[in-house]
Each structure stands twice: as C-alpha cells, then as structure tokens.
Design a protein around this ligand. Structure first.
Ligand code: DAT
Length: 191
C-alpha cells in the first residue's frame, strides 16, 4: 500500500509539466512535515536507459521503444507497490498501468499563440510545432487519459497559460495529495 499517491502530470510539450512539477516539489519540501515526492522524468529514462530505437529527424524526437520504456518505469516505481510519491512527467499516459497511478493531471494551454511561442522558443521545426499545436487543439492527451482512468475524478485538466497558473496548479495538486494522505489515514484498517 502506497503512503503517498503516484501522479502523472501530462500534456502537450510546452504546456508546463516540468515547471509545475518543480514548483510542486519545492512546495512539498517547505512544510513542517515535508512530503517525499520524487520527479520521474520519462524523457530522462528514454535517453539514459536507451529506451529508444532511433531518431526522427522531421519531428526532432527520439523514437520511443515503448516496451523497454514501460519495463524501466515498472522497475522504477516498483510496479506501483512501493511507497509511492512519484510525480511522473511525460507527454502521454499511453502504456501506464491504471493501478500505478492515483491521479492524472492534464495541463492545458489552449491559447494557441502562447503555446506557439513556447514551442518556437525551443527551436522546434514547423512540423513539430504544428504537430503539437494540433494535439493541443484537439485535446488528444486529455481524451487518452480519460479512456484509461475514466471520468470519475481521477483525471483533472488544469489551464497553464499565465505565469500565476504555475503556482496555482502546483498548489492544487499539493492540496489533492494532502487530502489523499488524510483519506488513507482515516480509512479503517483491516484486522
Ligand atoms: P513541458 O515540461 O510541458 O514541456 P516546460 O515546463 O518545459 O513544459 O515549459 C515550457 C516553457 O514554457 C518554459 O520556458 C516555461 C514556460 N511556461 C510553462 N508554463 C507556463 C505558464 N503557465 N506561464 C508562463 N510560462 C510557462
């Protein structure tokens, strides 16, 4: 039984996943009783553990070996059976077992001009900017998450457009974690 929840923070590249997670982790450390949250960057796993089969020049991205990637994730999070507290940072929920994850946060930036500027600032080529803009407009990642985790409150969409949104979103996720911990403590234990 996890003592902290596992959370995926997902969304189109550039929506603010890494920035929001960094803010969440520092928030969790400030408390008198810090929560041991751990940032699981799937980008780093893909690169560092060679969970890829090549490089797509057009889309400027590594071609992910999904089976190897999910094997590595499963090892890292102990098949969901460890102490929890993993904050998973990835632009997809595809391949993740539903039982590993207690909450899916989908960050959204439907102000396309804002997302365009963020993606262009990364030096992405037109094809990659366009692919990501289309995915955001159609809400592809949110739909995919709802297919996996249902629409019963385990998937939340948060707007990440303005700078203030970063702090506010981190604070809402933090509050959700505190409530989750409290609910676990209040649950009657099996004898
Ligand atoms: P992601 O991890 O989703 O790819 P990121 O956290 O690296 O995105 O953010 C991409 C850039 O956009 C980075 O320069 C920070 C900025 N940014 C992210 N969310 C923002 C927000 N809500 N307001 C202003 N800037 C934001």
């Amino acid at each position: 039984m996890r003592s902290l929840p596992n959370i995926i923070v997902t969304g189109t590249p550039g929506v603010g996943k890494t920035t929001t997670i960094t803010q969440l982790l520092s928030l969790a450390q400030e408390e008198p009783q810090p929560l041991h949250l751990k940032h699981l960057s799937i980008n780093d796993i893909v690169k560092d553990r060679q969970a890829h089969t090549g490089y797509d020049e057009e889309l400027q991205t590594l071609i992910v070996d999904e089976e190897k990637l999910m094997d590595e994730v499963e090892k890292e999070i102990e098949d969901g059976a460890g102490s929890g507290g993993w904050i998973i940072d990835w632009h997809s929920t595809d391949g993740f077992a539903v039982r590993w994850v207690d909450l899916v946060v989908v960050l959204r930036c439907e102000e396309t001009s804002v997302l365009f500027d963020r993606l262009s600032a990364r030096g992405y080529k037109d094809a990659k900017v366009q692919e990501n803009m289309d995915a955001e407009i159609f809400g592809v990642i949110a739909e995919e998450a709802k297919e996996g985790w249902g629409e019963d409150g385990s998937v939340v969409e948060l707007q990440s457009i303005k700078v203030e949104d970063i702090e506010q979103n981190a604070a809402s996720i933090y509050e959700w974690i505190l409530n989750w911990v409290k609910d676990q403590k209040d649950k009657p234990t099996a004898t």
